[in-house]
Design a binder for this molecule. Sequence first.
Ligand SMILES: NC(=O)c1ccc[n+]([C@@H]2O[C@H](COP(=O)([O-])OP(=O)(O)OC[C@H]3O[C@@H](n4cnc5c(N)ncnc54)[C@H](OP(=O)(O)O)[C@@H]3O)[C@@H](O)[C@H]2O)c1
Length: 236
Amino acid sequence: MRIGIIGAGLIGGTLARKLASIGHQVRIANSREPSSLTEFKNDDGITPVWADEVADGADIVILSLPQKAIGALSESLRSTLMSVPIVIDTGNYYPVRDGHIDALDQGTADSEWVAGILGRPVFKVFNNIGAPSLKYKGTDDEGQKLGLTVAGPSGEDKQKVSELIVQLGFDPVDGGDLGQSWRLQPGTPIYCKDMTADEMRAGLQQTTREDIGKYHEDRDQIEDFDAAMKKVGEFM
Ligand SMILES: NC(=O)c1ccc[n+]([C@@H]2O[C@H](COP(=O)([O-])OP(=O)(O)OC[C@H]3O[C@@H](n4cnc5c(N)ncnc54)[C@H](OP(=O)(O)O)[C@@H]3O)[C@@H](O)[C@H]2O)c1
């Protein structure tokens, strides 16, 4: 498939390499010019492009951005995204990084908010697995396959996203529709815990909205979010 990725960081960059390694044609962009993406110069199947070009002719576009960057996507890109069959959002709202966004503080699910900004449905995937686990792990310490949640509208497209998860070596877990996708967000029992699919399904039943607010209150104490993320990058 032709897969466009906007955001070439820990998650976007990892997905680009994994998807290219299983035969997908990947176009990737960051917020700058394509020549800034030198890290992909030896990767077959990955073409750096401008963000506005990522969605051209794509079967799937993956948005892997800080939440605050969604509103900064150009009109022209948003218009092209309207004709892309599947758009995936890997994002999570972190007020400590993104600043406070009223609708999200009031409980709109992160990816439901993204879908509202874009004016089209998205699937929430790859948001609750840490980048090192996405890169190196498909199984837990006992060799059991790890689950990966997908939330979004039911139907053929969700099935295709689930098949992509299988291709990447994980076990898809239905996380419900976008309205329910808060159950996959930071602070919930299944967030970045490297669980099997069955453990995730059980965890989803135990999730409460209070988990999320409490988590962000704690994260608000992090003085330098970027430095904390750099530490995650050291495991890559
Ligand atoms: N890190 C994790 O383990 C993890 C796990 C699950 C989900 N997530 C979530 O997934 C999303 C991406 O996380 P990440 O850790 O991969 O972030 P990251 O390493 O900080 O990378 C962010 C990428 O987004 C690009 N970007 C920012 N604004 C942009 C814009 N307006 N247009 C185009 N590209 C833009 C950046 O480009 P520049 O370099 O040019 O700024 C960079 O390539 C976040 O919402 C995060 O919360 C992260």
